[in-house]
Design a protein around this ligand. Structure first.
Ligand code: KG4
Ligand code: ZN
Length: 376
């Protein structure tokens, strides 16, 4: 069972791993988005209280959702079998699981908001001690980058991992699961943070990523009319509203999104409310294009330099359609998580935790500490 509470989503998931095949039996995510929306961002104290209120209900739901027909050997007439003590299914369709059926617990220990992390860690420690099963702490960023594994994809190493979320923008060389080398990261804002801030400037609300993507898609649907001075697409094509692609040509694999965000701010400030309304789709599209171009260009260069066999990507921003499409066009095979595993979820925590336990065989039930600054 995986437990996730690093930011504003309380999540629990039950994973079954049998002969290397992964099956997500349940994936429960209780989001606080509606609560934080009115503040325009996550309020840590509010987030922690919400986690505490729902965490045990989320765990219970992850157990009851974990419906599966147990496949025990049938004792058919004429076939030898132990008829007196037939194997009993430990759970059956409709019954869900009992907490005692869980073999291993994995909880996010960092990075994230410390007060939020503590709720998940404490709940995990309590349950693990109660059922006397091992507990492992999981790095949230590692879990994001490994999320494509949840779809049973055959991924080859060395691979390059791109993590794009609200708190992180990183490129990591993955020598194997558990062996990472950071090759680039953001020097200021994370890409998701930039999406959120630009969306706020445009009055599109929180979370900004899906809002920017939606507004940008409206720009695309406009028919370009080269004769119209006010047509946003035409103006973008004529670079009237071009935004910078920060660090796109730098000789490293670092990113910077603060400059892009500020350039968007200066552009927005110049517009009257009427112009802003009209040009919001165009600005959203240009911002999204700039962010995607930088991410894809750096990923391509890093993949070539480190001669990786595959590229993996994870994190909330990988839900972005333009980014997904651009990455899949790269020469190197790219593995992306299914949309339900892009944002914060506990299935990815369960997978990363299981892998860690296979490697280290260590029960951390009394050692795990919520660490807001945990790095890979
Ligand atoms: O991974 P995640 O759920 O939480 C963190 O670990 O930070 O990522 C959340 C981020 C937010 O900044 C959100 O705006 C962004 O992912 N996001 C998107 C999209 N969906 C979510 N960004 C761009 N396009 C999207 N479709
Ligand atoms: Zn995340």
């Amino acid at each position: 069972m995986g437990i996730e509470s690093s930011c504003d989503e309380t999540a629990a998931s039950v994973l079954e791993v049998s002969r290397g095949k992964i099956e997500v039996l349940s994936n429960v995510v209780s989001s606080q988005i509606k609560i934080h929306k009115k503040y325009g961002g996550v309020v840590p104290e509010v987030a922690a209280r919400c986690h505490a209120e729902v965490i045990f209900d989320v765990l219970k739901k992850a157990l009851s959702d974990a419906d599966k027909i147990y496949n025990f050997p049938l004792c058919k007439r004429g076939i030898k079998g132990d008829f007196k003590n037939p194997p009993q299914p430990s759970f059956s369709k409709g019954g869900g699981l009992q907490i005692e059926d869980i073999d291993l617990i994995a909880a996010t220990e960092g990075p994230g908001l410390v007060t939020s992390l503590r709720v998940g860690v404490l709940a995990a420690q309590t349950v693990a001690a109660l059922i006397k099963k091992p507990l492992v702490g999981v790095n949230h960023v590692e879990a994001h980058v490994l999320s494509p594994f949840l779809s049973n994809q055959k991924i080859k190493f060395p691979a390059l991992g791109l993590i794009v979320s609200g708190g992180h923008t990183e490129l990591v060389l993955i020598k194997n699961i558990g062996k990472y080398q950071l090759v680039g990261s953001t020097r200021d804002d994370a890409v998701g943070e930039a999406f959120d801030k630009v969306a706020k400037m445009l009055g599109l609300g929180y979370p900004g990523g899906p809002a920017i993507a939606k507004a940008a898609s409206q720009c695309k649907s406009q028919i370009p009319n080269p004769k119209s001075e006010t047509n946003s697409k035409f103006e973008i094509q004529n670079s009237k509203f071009s935004l910078p692609r920060p660090m796109i040509n730098s000789n490293d694999f670092d990113f910077s999104f603060a400059g892009l965000k500020t350039a968007a701010l200066y552009l927005i400030k110049k517009l009257s409310p009427g112009e802003l309304k009209k040009l919001t789709p165009a600005i959203a599209a240009e911002f999204q294009k700039a962010a995607v171009e930088v991410l894809v260009s750096k990923t391509k260069k890093a993949a070539e330099k480190y001669k990786v066999k595959n590229i993996l990507a994870g994190g909330g921003v990988i839900a972005n359609k333009e980014l997904r499409e651009a990455l899949t066009k790269l020469d190197c095979p790219v593995f992306l998580p299914e949309l339900k595993y892009t944002g914060d979820n506990a299935a990815m925590i369960a997978f990363a935790g299981h892998q860690k336990y296979l490697r280290e065989k260590k029960n951390e039930v009394f050692d795990i500490v919520a660490n807001p600054n945990l790095s890979l």
